[in-house]
Design a protein around this ligand. Structure first.
Ligand SMILES: Nc1nc2c(ncn2[C@@H]2O[C@H](COP(=O)(O)OP(=O)(O)OP(=O)(O)O)[C@@H](O)[C@H]2O)c(=O)[nH]1
Ligand SMILES: [Mg+2]
Length: 381
């Protein structure tokens, strides 16, 4: 096995480890047929999660299904209607939740979304009852008013009236009010997307602490949250890299910090919710760039970082090692952000490695410059 192959294997091992730590965010979704549940899930968690398959039945009576996709799990109902089927749905769900309670947090159901279509202009007593019973199972409930029409940033007055009516019922829902959403724009009726961020914020508010990382990884609309988590990981790794380089290391041995950088990139991949299937391709790209950089093929790049003086002396300092690692982390987070937005999509679901590598290299250069400038400013300021 070549060093590069070994590095890729290490990367994937580390990714797997991080993915296991992050676990899974499990959402239960309810609402009448056609309210827009699948559309909503697609908009927030990405197309791959769309429950196209039937999923696996999680109760013996086969009315609850779990769809797993990476860091996300979706529980939905088949063959029973809210109202006539409420007792049975709640009974099955109750049994399932009880079974899961003895399992790790990643197996438990964390949040429920109850969806009501705004254009239906009504919210039935049986629906209110259903929401109360979800709550009595200790599930935090977010109530979503779907397909809410808007014009110039104003919601349709019927939707507002419906929201007011629901709010007046004093239901055990987050914020006491429904979240108004249009999950998908519609050109014909000039409807624009809105409310997804608010829905996600509400979900973060009620999700248990231990499920937050999986929610950050699985959602696809709030890149700032992913970036923030990546920043924390970068801080940890770059101070570690600084320690390794505490005594200046010969430039030829810059490869010593490569494992730290690869571990960091594996971690960032998991934070961004890069699925297992794509992690392999990203491992190849990450490794090829990191090892080339470590070998000193990009001494030009290292020169951009403070401590350049010590490079001239044939060694890199602790500060340089730290800044270099941080640049690697930020550049990779940028690449992962783009992957999560569907960039680099090549043929049959594979990633376009060439394009990824190009972006990674140019980002690495840009971040090295940026961090270099910052360090210089810090030193003189
Ligand atoms: N433009 C637009 N169309 C939507 C939106 N939500 C739902 N739709 C449309 O409404 C129809 C039903 O949406 P689905 O997401 O399939 O509804 P569902 O709740 O999953 O339905 P079931 O799986 O049958 O229970 C589809 O034709 C969607 O395209 C939205 O936010 N905007
Ligand atoms: Mg559906």
């Amino acid at each position: 096995m070549s060093t590069e192959e070994e590095s890729q294997r290490d990367f994937l091992e580390k990714y797997q480890e991080e993915a296991e730590k992050i676990g899974r965010f499990n959402l239960a979704i309810f609402g009448k047929t056609g309210t827009g549940k699948s559309t909503l899930i697609n908009a927030v968690f990405g197309e791959e999660v769309a429950p196209t398959g039937i999923g696996e039945p999680v109760t013996q009576s086969n009315h609850l299904y779990l769809h797993r996709a990476g860091f996300f799990g979706l529980i939905d109902t088949r063959g029973l209607e809210i109202g006539t089927g409420t007792d049975q749905i709640i009974a099955e769900l109750g049994r399932y939740l009880a079974d899961m309670r003895t399992k790790p947090l990643a197996e438990q159901v964390h949040v429920a979304w109850y969806c009501v279509r705004a254009s239906d202009r009504r919210f039935e007593d049986t629906e209110a009852e259903f929401v109360r019973r979800l709550h009595s199972l200790d599930l935090p409930v977010v109530l979503v008013l779907t397909q809410v029409a808007s014009r110039d940033g104003q919601f349709h007055e019927d939707a507002l009236a419906l929201a007011d009516h629901i709010a007046s019922l004093d239901l055990p829902i987050d914020g006491g009010r429904p979240i108004m959403v249009m999950a998908k724009s519609d050109e014909f009726t000039s409807q624009v997307e809105h409310g997804l961020g608010e829905l996600l914020d509400a979900t973060f508010r009620v999700a248990p602490e231990g499920a937050q990382a999986a929610l950050i990884a699985s959602q696809q609309i709030d890149l700032a949250r992913k970036w923030k988590s990546a920043q924390v990981a970068i801080g940890v790794a770059s101070s570690g890299a600084g320690l390794i380089g505490a005594t200046p290391i010969p430039i030829a041995d810059a490869a010593l910090i490569v494992p730290t950088q690869l571990a960091l990139m594996a971690r960032i991949s998991a934070i961004y919710g890069i699925p297992k299937e794509t992690a392999g391709m990203s491992a190849i790209v990450a490794t090829s760039v990191a090892t080339a950089a470590g070998r000193g093929a990009v001494t030009g790049l290292l020169k951009l970082i403070p401590g350049a003086g010590s490079i001239i002396g044939g060694a890199i300092s602790a500060t340089t090692a730290a800044a270099f690692t941080a640049a690697m982390g930020y550049a990779w987070a940028t690449v992962c952000g783009q992957i999560s937005q569907g960039k680099f999509a090549g043929v049959n679901g594979a990633l376009d490695a060439k394009a990824m590598k190009k972006v990674f290299e140019s980002e690495l250069l840009a971040w090295a410059k940026k961090l270099g400038k910052k360090k210089k400013a810090d030193a003189s300021g």
